[in-house]
Design a protein around this ligand. Sequence first.
Ligand SMILES: [Zn+2]
Length: 88
Amino acid sequence: MIAVDGVRSIRYPHSNAAALMTFTIFAIAAVTWAALGETCPYCAAMDGRSVSTGTNFFRPDGAEPLGFRTDIQHPPIHGGCDCQIVPS
Ligand SMILES: [Zn+2]
């Protein structure tokens, strides 16, 4: 799914999954969460956090406010999330 946000940007939610796959193939040891664009408080809190490649940033616990129900190894974490993962 591609979300179009006015004329500012076109977001490709699956690009971070492809990036993670590429980092794994090239044995990048760790990835860092990079908040971009108009950052919400949740994404701002994630900015700069690093995990070993393939490790979850979040585990599903249903806790509020975002209530994840799946493992989160990369952005987006909500609709309109502009975040990216980058090699550490
Ligand atoms: Zn975000």
